[in-house]
Ligand binder design. Sequence first.
Ligand code: SAM
Length: 270
Amino acid sequence: MAKEDTVIQGDCIEVLAEELRRRNGKPFADLIFADPPFNIGYVYDKYDDKVEHDEYVRWTRQWMQACCEVLTEHGSFWVAIGDDYVAEVRIIGRALNLVMRNWIIWYYTFGQNTRKKFARSHTHIIYFVKNDKNFIFNDEVIRVPSARQTTYNDKRAHPKGKVPDDTWILRPAEMPEAFRADEDTWQFSRVCGTFKERAGFHGCQMPEKLLERIILVASNPGDLVLDPFSGSGTTGAAAAALGRRYLAIEISENYVRQSRTRLKASKTLF
Ligand SMILES: C[S@@+](CC[C@H](N)C(=O)[O-])C[C@H]1O[C@@H](n2cnc3c(N)ncnc32)[C@H](O)[C@@H]1O
């Protein structure tokens, strides 16, 4: 029986090869969300986030290939990546016969201040599928109010709203509590130090709401969600809260230990 609802400590390429062997080569991940280190010199517990360009691209190809091998035929593969390597991720995806369905921009507030250039306030999320004729896209559960509904009172409006655009900005009600007071800001913030959601041990923690949208639209209850770069355990937490199974992989023993503690309480987070 598959190892599920667990965080495995190790190198994702090795762990995925081992998991595939244990399942006799049968792909098992219905949805993969990967948020790798961006090679920007971020300080992680164990991983060195500043390697030679060619080495990083070679490694990206290797882990993306390992992910493709475990992705089911109807599965989707979402990669969060920064400006510096988004083009490479898109090209590697094509070389691996993945079909890109969207190039999403997650626009967030609380970008870092800069003096000599514009402050970065986005991350790319590339949404691939293996088979563009056979994939899960549960549009009904992720719809948002449309201008036809809210502004024009147009009878043609879909009663459940519209499928969100590919620039992701969540509504105030969907934002972390600490930010909701500012109703004028329709941004989907990064998880900052003061937010209740912040687990406190990982600097790159993603908002659970972001993962919630991806998991809701691209998987069904009971499906297996894989995160090869689990970090603080956000994907597992969102998957568990939404009734999906998860398999999370993380190289740092420290992050694994702390994310397991977080995940034990995950069902109470939503
Ligand atoms: C950007 S962070 C992920 C953050 C995560 N999305 C969250 O919300 O907490 C990337 C993580 O990948 C881990 N990592 C780096 N190389 C790895 C590898 N080869 N296998 C598994 N994890 C790795 C790092 O330790 C780091 O925690």
